[in-house]
Design a protein around this ligand. Structure first.
Ligand SMILES: Nc1ncnc2c1ncn2[C@@H]1O[C@H](COP(=O)(O)OP(=O)(O)OP(=O)(O)O)[C@@H](O)[C@H]1O
Ligand SMILES: [Mg+2]
Length: 272
Protein backbone atom coordinates (compact mmCIF):
# COMPACT_ATOMS: atom_id res chain seq x y z
CA UNK A 1 0.00 0.00 0.00
CA UNK A 2 1.36 3.42 -0.85
CA UNK A 3 0.84 6.11 1.76
CA UNK A 4 -0.49 9.49 0.64
CA UNK A 5 2.13 12.26 0.79
CA UNK A 6 2.10 13.98 4.21
CA UNK A 7 1.32 17.68 4.60
CA UNK A 8 5.04 18.31 5.05
CA UNK A 9 5.93 16.86 1.64
CA UNK A 10 7.32 19.60 -0.60
CA UNK A 11 5.32 20.27 -3.72
CA UNK A 12 8.45 20.11 -5.85
CA UNK A 13 11.82 18.57 -5.09
CA UNK A 14 14.88 18.38 -7.30
CA UNK A 15 18.00 16.53 -6.24
CA UNK A 16 21.23 16.44 -8.19
CA UNK A 17 19.70 17.64 -11.46
CA UNK A 18 22.02 18.38 -14.39
CA UNK A 19 21.42 19.40 -18.00
CA UNK A 20 23.93 19.37 -20.82
CA UNK A 21 23.46 20.80 -24.32
CA UNK A 22 26.24 19.40 -26.53
CA UNK A 23 29.47 20.75 -25.06
CA UNK A 24 27.70 23.20 -22.70
CA UNK A 25 26.70 22.05 -19.26
CA UNK A 26 23.94 24.51 -18.35
CA UNK A 27 22.97 23.04 -14.96
CA UNK A 28 25.02 20.81 -12.66
CA UNK A 29 23.95 19.00 -9.51
CA UNK A 30 21.09 21.37 -8.76
CA UNK A 31 18.90 20.68 -5.73
CA UNK A 32 15.93 22.64 -4.46
CA UNK A 33 12.54 22.16 -2.91
CA UNK A 34 9.41 24.26 -2.93
CA UNK A 35 6.68 23.98 -0.31
CA UNK A 36 3.00 24.18 -1.09
CA UNK A 37 1.87 27.83 -1.11
CA UNK A 38 5.42 29.21 -1.11
CA UNK A 39 6.62 32.11 -3.25
CA UNK A 40 10.21 31.28 -4.16
CA UNK A 41 12.31 33.70 -6.19
CA UNK A 42 15.42 32.74 -8.16
CA UNK A 43 18.26 35.12 -9.02
CA UNK A 44 21.60 34.44 -10.68
CA UNK A 45 23.96 35.61 -13.41
CA UNK A 46 22.79 35.69 -17.01
CA UNK A 47 23.28 32.33 -18.70
CA UNK A 48 23.54 30.35 -15.46
CA UNK A 49 20.71 27.98 -16.38
CA UNK A 50 17.61 29.59 -14.83
CA UNK A 51 15.39 29.22 -17.89
CA UNK A 52 16.83 25.74 -18.45
CA UNK A 53 15.71 24.85 -14.93
CA UNK A 54 12.20 26.11 -15.68
CA UNK A 55 12.02 24.25 -18.99
CA UNK A 56 12.74 21.04 -17.11
CA UNK A 57 10.20 21.71 -14.37
CA UNK A 58 7.62 22.62 -17.03
CA UNK A 59 8.29 19.25 -18.67
CA UNK A 60 9.64 20.75 -21.91
CA UNK A 61 13.18 19.42 -21.44
CA UNK A 62 14.42 16.21 -19.82
CA UNK A 63 17.40 16.50 -17.40
CA UNK A 64 20.51 14.35 -17.85
CA UNK A 65 20.12 10.91 -16.30
CA UNK A 66 21.01 10.56 -12.63
CA UNK A 67 19.06 13.27 -10.81
CA UNK A 68 15.82 12.93 -8.88
CA UNK A 69 12.68 14.93 -9.55
CA UNK A 70 9.64 14.63 -7.29
CA UNK A 71 6.28 16.33 -7.67
CA UNK A 72 3.88 16.03 -4.72
CA UNK A 73 6.23 13.49 -3.19
CA UNK A 74 6.31 11.14 -6.16
CA UNK A 75 9.36 10.59 -8.34
CA UNK A 76 8.72 11.35 -12.00
CA UNK A 77 10.30 12.15 -15.35
CA UNK A 78 10.24 15.79 -16.40
CA UNK A 79 7.95 15.10 -19.36
CA UNK A 80 5.28 13.86 -16.94
CA UNK A 81 5.07 17.43 -15.61
CA UNK A 82 4.01 18.79 -18.98
CA UNK A 83 0.57 20.33 -18.45
CA UNK A 84 0.78 19.88 -14.66
CA UNK A 85 2.43 23.22 -13.99
CA UNK A 86 1.55 26.60 -15.49
CA UNK A 87 4.46 28.33 -17.13
CA UNK A 88 5.03 31.90 -18.27
CA UNK A 89 8.16 31.76 -20.43
CA UNK A 90 10.73 34.58 -20.58
CA UNK A 91 9.08 36.04 -23.70
CA UNK A 92 5.36 36.70 -23.32
CA UNK A 93 4.48 34.69 -26.45
CA UNK A 94 1.16 36.38 -27.09
CA UNK A 95 -0.22 35.43 -30.48
CA UNK A 96 -0.63 38.63 -32.55
CA UNK A 97 -3.77 37.37 -34.31
CA UNK A 98 -5.64 36.63 -31.08
CA UNK A 99 -7.31 39.28 -28.95
CA UNK A 100 -6.76 39.64 -25.18
CA UNK A 101 -9.36 37.09 -24.11
CA UNK A 102 -8.40 34.53 -26.74
CA UNK A 103 -4.74 34.88 -25.81
CA UNK A 104 -5.60 34.46 -22.14
CA UNK A 105 -7.49 31.20 -22.68
CA UNK A 106 -4.92 29.65 -25.04
CA UNK A 107 -3.56 27.05 -22.60
CA UNK A 108 -7.07 26.03 -21.53
CA UNK A 109 -8.11 25.70 -25.15
CA UNK A 110 -5.10 23.53 -26.02
CA UNK A 111 -6.06 21.37 -23.06
CA UNK A 112 -9.51 20.89 -24.59
CA UNK A 113 -11.51 23.07 -22.17
CA UNK A 114 -14.90 24.41 -23.22
CA UNK A 115 -14.14 27.64 -25.09
CA UNK A 116 -17.24 29.57 -24.00
CA UNK A 117 -16.66 28.68 -20.35
CA UNK A 118 -12.98 29.60 -20.52
CA UNK A 119 -13.88 32.92 -22.18
CA UNK A 120 -16.49 33.70 -19.51
CA UNK A 121 -13.95 33.01 -16.79
CA UNK A 122 -11.33 35.19 -18.52
CA UNK A 123 -13.87 38.02 -18.82
CA UNK A 124 -14.58 37.79 -15.08
CA UNK A 125 -10.86 37.99 -14.37
CA UNK A 126 -10.24 41.09 -16.53
CA UNK A 127 -10.77 43.69 -13.77
CA UNK A 128 -8.37 41.93 -11.42
CA UNK A 129 -5.70 42.06 -14.11
CA UNK A 130 -6.38 45.71 -14.93
CA UNK A 131 -7.66 44.89 -18.42
CA UNK A 132 -11.31 45.93 -18.22
CA UNK A 133 -12.50 47.15 -21.60
CA UNK A 134 -9.50 45.70 -23.44
CA UNK A 135 -10.87 42.22 -24.08
CA UNK A 136 -11.15 42.74 -27.85
CA UNK A 137 -7.77 44.44 -28.30
CA UNK A 138 -4.88 42.72 -30.05
CA UNK A 139 -1.36 42.54 -28.58
CA UNK A 140 0.02 45.36 -30.79
CA UNK A 141 -2.64 47.68 -29.31
CA UNK A 142 -1.45 47.09 -25.73
CA UNK A 143 1.32 48.63 -23.62
CA UNK A 144 4.19 46.45 -22.40
CA UNK A 145 2.69 46.23 -18.91
CA UNK A 146 -0.68 45.19 -20.31
CA UNK A 147 0.88 42.49 -22.46
CA UNK A 148 2.61 41.12 -19.39
CA UNK A 149 -0.69 41.10 -17.52
CA UNK A 150 -2.38 39.19 -20.34
CA UNK A 151 0.44 36.61 -20.24
CA UNK A 152 0.10 36.43 -16.44
CA UNK A 153 -3.64 36.06 -16.71
CA UNK A 154 -3.11 33.15 -19.08
CA UNK A 155 -0.82 31.53 -16.50
CA UNK A 156 -3.35 32.10 -13.69
CA UNK A 157 -6.25 30.82 -15.81
CA UNK A 158 -4.38 27.58 -16.43
CA UNK A 159 -4.98 26.54 -12.83
CA UNK A 160 -2.18 24.28 -11.69
CA UNK A 161 -0.56 23.64 -8.33
CA UNK A 162 2.70 25.28 -9.39
CA UNK A 163 3.27 28.46 -11.41
CA UNK A 164 6.61 29.19 -13.08
CA UNK A 165 7.21 32.83 -13.98
CA UNK A 166 10.40 33.55 -15.92
CA UNK A 167 11.23 37.26 -15.56
CA UNK A 168 7.63 38.33 -16.05
CA UNK A 169 8.43 42.01 -15.46
CA UNK A 170 11.80 42.04 -17.23
CA UNK A 171 10.77 44.37 -20.04
CA UNK A 172 9.05 47.00 -17.90
CA UNK A 173 10.21 50.41 -16.73
CA UNK A 174 10.97 50.77 -13.01
CA UNK A 175 7.69 52.42 -12.00
CA UNK A 176 5.41 50.03 -13.88
CA UNK A 177 7.47 47.18 -12.51
CA UNK A 178 6.97 48.29 -8.92
CA UNK A 179 3.23 48.62 -9.49
CA UNK A 180 3.11 45.17 -11.08
CA UNK A 181 4.99 43.63 -8.15
CA UNK A 182 2.49 45.02 -5.65
CA UNK A 183 -0.36 43.92 -7.85
CA UNK A 184 1.08 40.39 -8.19
CA UNK A 185 1.43 40.05 -4.40
CA UNK A 186 -2.14 41.13 -4.04
CA UNK A 187 -3.37 38.57 -6.60
CA UNK A 188 -1.12 35.88 -5.09
CA UNK A 189 -2.44 36.54 -1.59
CA UNK A 190 -5.96 35.97 -2.85
CA UNK A 191 -5.26 32.91 -5.01
CA UNK A 192 -2.48 31.40 -2.86
CA UNK A 193 -0.68 29.57 -5.64
CA UNK A 194 2.81 28.14 -5.28
CA UNK A 195 5.15 30.29 -7.35
CA UNK A 196 8.70 29.92 -8.63
CA UNK A 197 9.77 33.28 -10.03
CA UNK A 198 12.97 34.18 -11.91
CA UNK A 199 14.24 37.75 -11.81
CA UNK A 200 17.45 39.74 -12.29
CA UNK A 201 16.25 42.32 -9.79
CA UNK A 202 17.32 41.65 -6.21
CA UNK A 203 14.81 44.12 -4.73
CA UNK A 204 12.06 42.32 -6.60
CA UNK A 205 13.31 38.91 -5.41
CA UNK A 206 13.24 40.00 -1.75
CA UNK A 207 10.06 42.05 -1.96
CA UNK A 208 8.08 39.17 -3.45
CA UNK A 209 9.67 36.05 -2.03
CA UNK A 210 9.29 33.84 1.01
CA UNK A 211 12.71 32.55 0.02
CA UNK A 212 15.36 33.76 -2.40
CA UNK A 213 17.54 31.20 -4.18
CA UNK A 214 20.82 32.49 -5.59
CA UNK A 215 22.18 30.41 -8.45
CA UNK A 216 25.85 29.92 -9.14
CA UNK A 217 27.59 30.81 -12.39
CA UNK A 218 27.12 28.19 -15.13
CA UNK A 219 26.86 25.26 -14.70
CA UNK A 220 24.08 26.47 -12.42
CA UNK A 221 23.08 25.11 -9.03
CA UNK A 222 21.58 26.69 -5.94
CA UNK A 223 24.47 28.35 -4.21
CA UNK A 224 22.66 30.23 -1.49
CA UNK A 225 19.09 30.01 -0.15
CA UNK A 226 17.80 32.78 2.08
CA UNK A 227 14.49 32.90 3.91
CA UNK A 228 12.83 36.33 3.80
CA UNK A 229 11.26 36.88 7.19
CA UNK A 230 9.57 40.14 6.34
CA UNK A 231 5.92 40.53 7.30
CA UNK A 232 3.10 40.26 4.77
CA UNK A 233 1.28 42.06 3.31
CA UNK A 234 4.40 43.90 2.19
CA UNK A 235 4.20 47.64 1.90
CA UNK A 236 6.23 49.69 -0.58
CA UNK A 237 8.18 51.35 2.28
CA UNK A 238 9.64 47.98 3.22
CA UNK A 239 12.39 48.30 0.61
CA UNK A 240 14.05 51.10 2.57
CA UNK A 241 13.93 49.31 5.94
CA UNK A 242 17.21 48.21 7.58
CA UNK A 243 16.11 44.52 7.48
CA UNK A 244 15.51 44.75 3.75
CA UNK A 245 18.81 46.52 3.13
CA UNK A 246 20.77 43.94 5.12
CA UNK A 247 19.17 41.09 3.18
CA UNK A 248 19.86 42.87 -0.07
CA UNK A 249 23.54 43.31 0.77
CA UNK A 250 23.88 39.63 1.59
CA UNK A 251 22.18 38.47 -1.62
CA UNK A 252 24.00 40.99 -3.81
CA UNK A 253 27.34 39.78 -2.48
CA UNK A 254 26.47 36.19 -3.34
CA UNK A 255 25.34 37.18 -6.85
CA UNK A 256 28.29 39.45 -7.52
CA UNK A 257 30.74 36.70 -6.71
CA UNK A 258 28.99 34.40 -9.19
CA UNK A 259 28.54 37.09 -11.86
CA UNK A 260 32.27 37.80 -11.68
CA UNK A 261 33.05 34.11 -12.22
CA UNK A 262 30.74 33.97 -15.19
CA UNK A 263 32.19 37.21 -16.63
CA UNK A 264 35.75 35.92 -16.30
CA UNK A 265 34.75 32.57 -17.82
CA UNK A 266 33.30 34.25 -20.91
CA UNK A 267 35.82 37.11 -21.30
CA UNK A 268 39.09 35.64 -20.05
CA UNK A 269 41.08 37.59 -17.45
CA UNK A 270 39.66 40.95 -16.38
CA UNK A 271 41.86 43.84 -17.51
CA UNK A 272 43.59 45.60 -14.60
N1 LIG B 1 18.07 24.53 -26.18
C1 LIG B 1 19.35 24.83 -25.95
N2 LIG B 1 20.32 24.36 -26.76
C2 LIG B 1 21.62 24.65 -26.53
N3 LIG B 1 22.05 25.41 -25.50
C3 LIG B 1 21.13 25.90 -24.68
C4 LIG B 1 19.73 25.65 -24.85
N4 LIG B 1 19.05 26.27 -23.86
C5 LIG B 1 19.97 26.88 -23.12
N5 LIG B 1 21.22 26.66 -23.59
C6 LIG B 1 22.48 27.15 -23.01
O1 LIG B 1 22.41 26.88 -21.62
C7 LIG B 1 22.96 27.96 -20.88
C8 LIG B 1 21.95 28.47 -19.88
O2 LIG B 1 20.91 29.13 -20.58
P1 LIG B 1 19.60 29.68 -19.86
O3 LIG B 1 18.72 30.23 -20.90
O4 LIG B 1 19.06 28.62 -19.00
O5 LIG B 1 20.23 30.84 -18.96
P2 LIG B 1 19.49 31.91 -18.02
O6 LIG B 1 20.07 31.78 -16.66
O7 LIG B 1 18.03 31.78 -18.15
O8 LIG B 1 20.01 33.27 -18.66
P3 LIG B 1 19.26 34.72 -18.72
O9 LIG B 1 19.34 35.28 -17.34
O10 LIG B 1 20.11 35.49 -19.68
O11 LIG B 1 17.86 34.51 -19.20
C9 LIG B 1 23.42 29.00 -21.90
O12 LIG B 1 24.80 28.81 -22.14
C10 LIG B 1 22.62 28.65 -23.13
O13 LIG B 1 23.34 28.97 -24.29
MG1 LIG C 1 16.55 33.01 -18.90
Amino acid sequence: MTLPPSAATPLLELQGISKTFGSVQAVRDLSLSVEEGEFVTVVGPSGCGKSTLFNMVAGLDEPDPGGILRFKGRGCHAHELLGRVSFMPQRDLLLPWRNVVDNAILANEIEGANRAEARAKALRMLPEFGLTGFEKQYPHQLSGGMRQRVALMRTFLFERDLMLLDEPFGALDALTRTLMQRWLLDVWQRHRRTILFITHDVDEAIFLGDRVLVMSARPGHVKHARRVDLPRPRAAELVTSPEFTALKREILEAIEEESMKSFVASNGAVAA
